[in-house]
Design a protein around this ligand. Structure first.
Ligand SMILES: [Fe+2]
Ligand SMILES: [Fe+2]
Length: 268
């Protein structure tokens, strides 16, 4: 492993049962094609679209996911308990106020390499006033400096493309990869920034292909036409799903060698 690059497979927000089943179905092929050393998934939507449960996290672990990041929806269902326990390897965004349960970053030891995973959430277009992700990122990097990590990956869970690209350039060269989540729509700007950070504005989602962010499309359309007069729910049935994410390859010096979007269609 000494001179080998480190390969991290990162999957965008896994939405509900269709997302879990599609990930399970395609994972053997992804592992064969890319041989990742570590597989991470954003799990905030894994339990019927909002939140997490023990069983739904176990489904993803059984499918081959090693580690979980999350976002604003993680607290629903069994979320509050599960992020505060150490039973599952799951992060919540680091820039919540002090006293909120759970942890926002963790250092993993894989093949005698230290990999720091950091989860942050954006400030733009969220109902809550999270603390500044730019300042929080610098604080965490300072706090783990002495660990001399071989790689640092950030999941930046944010709504706007500008906030994500800004954090990418702000941290360029200081982290191995900054991957965006939350919009459930994959962007096409996978690139290595000038100082060596692998970057993608949004990894996309794993869930029903013909849906609106994983929700039933007819109901969401009616929601735009009739506003509060209708509710929309997450799709549970599926024929076609997408599995979207990114593969990042990191060199010995912690800089990115390659970043490649993954966008697969899975048939049930
Ligand atoms: Fe999400
Ligand atoms: Fe989110």
């Amino acid at each position: 492993m000494q001179d080998k690059t480190l390969k991290i497979l990162f999957l965008g927000d896994v939405v509900g049962r269709p997302g879990r089943e599609a990930v399970a179905k395609i994972m053997p092929q992804l592992k064969e094609d890319f041989s990742p050393d570590l597989t991470i998934a954003n799990a905030e939507n894994v339990a019927h679209g909002k939140g997490i449960t023990e069983n739904t996290l176990k489904d993803l672990q059984n499918a081959g996911v090693d580690f979980f990041t999350s976002g604003n929806h993680v607290w629903k269902k069994e979320g509050r308990r599960l992020v505060s326990e150490k039973k599952f390897p799951i992060l919540r965004p680091a820039n919540y106020p002090e006293g909120v349960p759970g942890r926002g970053f963790q250092i993993l030891n894989i093949f005698s390499k230290k990999i720091a995973i950091i989860n942050l959430i954006g400030q733009t277009f969220f109902r809550n006033n999270y603390t500044c992700p730019f300042i929080e990122a610098k604080k965490i990097l300072k706090a783990i400096e002495h660990e001399n990590c071989n790689a640092v990956l950030i999941d930046f869970h944010a709504e706007t493309t500008s906030e994500k690209r800004a954090l990418g350039y702000y941290l360029d060269g200081q982290v191995s990869a900054l991957i965006g989540t939350h919009t459930h729509v994959q962007t096409a700007d996978d690139q290595i920034l000038p100082n060596g950070t692998a970057y993608l504005t949004d990894a996309g989602m794993c869930g029903v292909r013909h849906s609106i962010l994983g929700k039933n499309k007819e109901q969401v359309i009616q929601g735009f036409l009739q506003l509060d007069a209708v509710d929309s729910d997450w799709d549970d049935e599926w024929q076609e799903a997408i599995v979207q994410g990114v593969l990042v390859e990191i060199k010995k010096n912690g800089k990115a060698k390659e970043v490649k979007r993954i966008n697969k269609v899975v048939i049930n």
